[in-house]
Write a protein that binds this ligand. Structure first.
Ligand SMILES: *Cc1c(COP(=O)(O)O)cnc(C)c1O
Length: 459
């Protein structure tokens, strides 16, 4: 590959590359940013700017950039056996070892992995196999999935349908049939006068109302992100998930935790189910499973579900060419080895996450910030026009939602910091290896971006 200058690359990009989740016409005019290198918590763009990546790529680069061991694990596996499938009564060693490792790491009896290339495909897998699970037990009508409005479960037909993003549903005729949604737990906007723990119960009981409305004999599963990432890092009160679990058990509805963002240490625990204290029947994994170094997703099933699928399910009519691709599973194993050997999750929990939480709450004192929420290494700053307005109006959003977030994001970038904005929430999800000194840098740059945003708004 010959290296081209930035301008030429941008022109070729505009002419030939459709970007996901982007206004492609606007982007073509502006010119895309081209990233060229990464090391630890930093990335460099083609213009030579060094950026502190407080978003870990896309919630995924948990061990940080530039880990040679991961490249070496891929190279070694590619040279030895680049590919073999897991159809035809075959498989490969790293794939078996990863399945066993995931069984060991995930909670309770989530002991069975089905591999895919992405989180979206893992959720497609879950939709099909859970419906199959009920069908082979003579309950074919127990096929409804309940998700949340504004939830995110990926972009395939099933993933986008399970999610509750209205803008996504509009494109392509979604949701597909027999998927319903309840309102998400978002205390800041929706909590009214309730304290968070009371509100958590109220929000969870929306599930019970929906199950009773549809009939428990129709509801196959509830799916949720333990912390709702893409919509703006909605962290539910601690009462929410245990109550959701109680309701699922009461009506024999399977509980699916989409841990694509939360898994592999994001909350300071290996999985958010550990953080919130609940036990899912099925779990979606991707992103942090390889720290983003190579694509891989997995659906984890507990003994009950996997047992029925194996013993009553007949031949599973489902799978991808690359289910359990040995290069991807070898990289995932090495990524998990790094997380374990270097005690990265433990260090977050004991040291860096509490420090980040302290500095994040200091950012909450900024006049633009209505709420600074954080759990472990994932958080958000909710930007509001008038945080000191009395009562509920202090939780009001900007009229033209999204503009201020975008402005703040651009100010951060100009100061060498990558934060994501959803509407007017600034989202945080740094590599888990971020140091205290880098957390201080993150604080300084974010504070500066908030000041510059406020100045430009005349606030
Ligand atoms: C990113 C994401 C997905 C989709 O994963 P892809 O690998 O992009 O298909 C699913 N669920 C959640 C919670 C996610 O954040």
């Amino acid at each position: 590959m010959d290296h081209l200058d930035t301008r030429t690359l941008q022109q070729l990009d505009a002419a030939h590359h459709l970007h996901p989740f982007s206004d492609n016409a606007a982007l073509a005019k502006k010119g895309t940013r081209i990233l060229t290198r990464g090391e630890g918590c930093y990335v460099w763009d083609a213009e030579g700017h060094k950026l502190l990546d407080a978003f870990a790529g896309l919630w995924c680069v948990n061990v940080g950039y530039g880990r040679k061991e991961l490249g070496e694990a891929a190279s070694k596996q590619m040279t030895q056996l680049a590919y073999y499938n897991s159809f035809f009564q075959c498989t490969t060693e790293p794939t078996i070892q990863l399945a066993a490792k995931l069984a060991e790491l995930t909670p309770a009896d989530l002991n069975h992995a089905f591999f895919t290339n992405s989180g979206s495909e893992a959720n497609d897998t879950i939709l099909r196999l859970v419906r199959h699970f009920w069908a082979v037990q003579d309950q074919p009508r127990k096929n409804i999935f309940i998700g949340r409005h504004d939830g995110y479960h990926g972009t395939t037909m099933a993933g986008a349908s399970l999610g509750g993003m209205k803008g996504m549903h509009k494109q392509g005729g979604l949701p597909i049939p027999d998927i319903h949604h309840i309102d998400p737990p978002f205390w800041f906007a929706d909590g009214g006068d309730l304290d968070p723990d009371e509100y958590g119960l109220v929000a969870a009981r929306r599930l019970e109302a929906k199950i009773l409305e549809l009939g428990p004999e129709r509801v196959a599963a509830f799916i949720g992100e333990p912390i709702m990432g893409a919509i703006g890092v909605y962290i539910p009160p601690m009462t929410y998930w245990p109550e959701i679990e109680r309701i699922c058990r009461k009506y024999d509805v399977l509980l699916v935790a989409d841990e694509v963002i939360c898994g592999f240490g994001r909350t300071g625990e290996w999985f958010a189910a550990d953080y919130f204290g609940f036990t899912p029947d099925v779990m979606t994994l991707a992103k942090g499973i390889t720290s983003g170094y190579i694509p891989l997703g997995a659906a984890m099933f507990n003994d009950r579900v996997a047992g029925v699928l194996a013993n009553q399910g007949g031949e599973l009519a489902h799978g991808c060419t690359y289910s359990g691709h040995p290069v991807c599973t070898a990289v995932a194993l090495e990524n998990i080895r790094i997380l374990q050997d270097e005690k990265i999750v433990e260090t977050c929990k004991a040291d860096t996450a509490p420090y980040l939480a302290q500095r994040w709450s200091e950012l909450g004192e900024h006049r633009l910030v209505g709420e600074a929420r954080i759990a472990g290494m994932v958080g958000a700053l909710e930007l509001v026009p008038d945080k000191n307005a009395p009562g509920k109006s202090g939780r009001a959003f900007f009229d033209d939602r999204g503009k201020v977030g975008q402005l703040c994001r651009d100010k951060a970038l100009a100061n060498g910091l990558i934060l994501r904005a959803t509407y007017d929430a600034m989202l945080l999800s740094p590599p888990l290896i971020i140091s205290r000194a880098q957390i201080d840098e993150l604080f300084e740059k974010t504070w500066k971006a908030l000041n510059e945003t406020a100045a430009e708004l005349g606030l």
